[in-house]
Write a new protein. Structure first.
Length: 85
């Protein structure tokens, strides 16, 4: 199991334009992630628990720790429009 390095909220909550049906998009950066599949399942289980407890949908995606600094359109948007959790 990989360890969390950081997590970033990438949704309307980060931008400040929340409405009643806004969900939470979260980028989770992990150290020592050998296989993305188990981490996807672990985050899906956590998201299901949150929906059950709060009614709020969380879409969390795992990325390896170094991905945050990659020069890709997705990582650029995460760096520009997200807040560190």
């Amino acid at each position: 199991m990989a360890t969390v390095l950081s997590a970033w909220c990438c949704s309307a909550h980060a931008r400040g334009d929340v409405h009643g049906e806004s969900d939470y998009d979260v980028a989770v950066f992990l150290r020592d992630m050998a296989d993305r599949g188990p981490e996807l399942h672990r985050l899906a289980d956590l998201s299901t628990d949150i929906v059950g407890e709060t009614g709020k949908f969380v879409h969390a995606m795992p990325y390896h720790a170094g991905a945050y600094n990659e020069r890709t359109p997705l990582m650029r948007e995460i760096r520009l429009e997200s807040i560190d959790l």
